[in-house]
Design a protein around this ligand. Structure first.
Ligand code: PXG
Length: 290
């Protein structure tokens, strides 16, 4: 059975789910998106994802043509129509069809679509062996140019970094900001653990404020760690006890090597493993029922 896609205000077959070549999402990357997961029929942190989507759209002065509650129902309806329990959900709102100029005023109606598909999980080895990272030459977008807090369809900054990491033969890339401070990876936030402290960069250095990041910070506090946001350099990562990444797709994943330096004992750390375990206890519970 072919996948059903929610497009504008109805469900359509995958082959019929097409957008115009004049859509400014395609022509200019003018739009916003979210990547969401459902676990056993529960959509994890759906409200938080919708809040972030609406905040990104607000700054772009892009009017989402539905309310949060309507969108929530549309997400759940799309999952149900596809009989999906464990799914990856991509929610996209573009500026819509316009002319060949930049001006968004020429785009009367945003395009909105929801794709819900089977989740392709990260390989098990990532969690058992840990990830290898390098810092990449591409610098994270300057917050006053294109703020990384906006989850927009302009992901070339991240894609260039991903190419640099994969051509270097490693799993992920760390982006620094223009001042040389650590920001995040291409689709994950970064944390380090040193003693009883868990540290992650603050949003103003230039990161997406991840929803998994918020959960990891809460879990870290609950485990008795002092969790804080701080500006730091690669040196702090090299000399940390443990490093881990967070993201909707990755959940909480250990890092064992950065720029060829071994991190901690060179194996996934015990606190990271504990956080992953606690996170996985949470996901089948903290969600919106479909
Ligand atoms: N930083 C960036 C730049 C991201 O794109 C995260 C951090 C983590 O945020 P969440 O809210 O997911 O904890 C993201 C999220 C994909 C994919 O298909 C990427 C993300 C989310 C879901 C899927 O690569 N990025």
């Amino acid at each position: 059975m072919s996948l059903k896609i929610y497009l504008n205000d109805r469900l359509v077959e995958k082959d019929k789910a097409t957008v115009s070549v004049f859509d400014h999402g395609l022509l200019y990357g003018d739009g916003v998106f979210e990547g969401i997961r459902s676990y056993d029929g529960l959509v994890f942190k759906l409200r938080e994802h919708l809040d972030r989507l609406f905040e990104s759209a607000h700054t772009l002065m892009l009017d989402i043509p539905m309310t949060k509650s309507e969108l929530e129902r549309a997400v759940i309806g799309t999952l149900k129509a596809n009989h999906l329990k464990d799914a990856y959900i991509r929610l996209v709102v573009t500026r819509g069809v316009g002319d060949l100029g930049l001006d968004p005023r020429k785009c009367p109606r945003p395009t909105l679509f929801i794709i819900a598909d089977k989740i392709s999980l990260y390989p098990k080895e990532y969690y058992e062996k840990g990830l290898t990272l390098v810092t990449v030459p591409t610098v994270r977008n300057h917050p006053e140019a294109l703020n990384p807090q906006l989850k927009t369809l302009n992901y070339l900054n991240n894609i260039l970094a991903k190419i640099e990491a994969t051509t270097a033969g490693v799993d992920e890339g760390i982006l620094l900001n223009a001042q040389g401070y650590v920001t995040e990876c291409t689709g994950e936030n970064i944390f380090f653990i040193k003693g009883k402290s868990i540290v992650t960069p603050p949003p103003y250095v230039g990161i997406l404020k991840g929803i998994t990041r918020d959960v990891a910070m809460r879990l870290g506090s609950e485990l008795g760690f002092s969790v804080r946001e701080a500006v730091f350099t690669r040196h702090d990562l090299y000399t940390a006890d443990e490093v881990f990444l967070t993201g909707t797709a990755a959940e909480i994943v250990p890092v064992v090597r950065i720029d060829n330096r071994v991190i901690g004992a060179g194996r996934p750390g015990k606190t990271t493993l504990r956080l992953t375990k606690e996170f996985r206890k949470l996901t089948p519970k903290e969600g919106v029922r479909s």
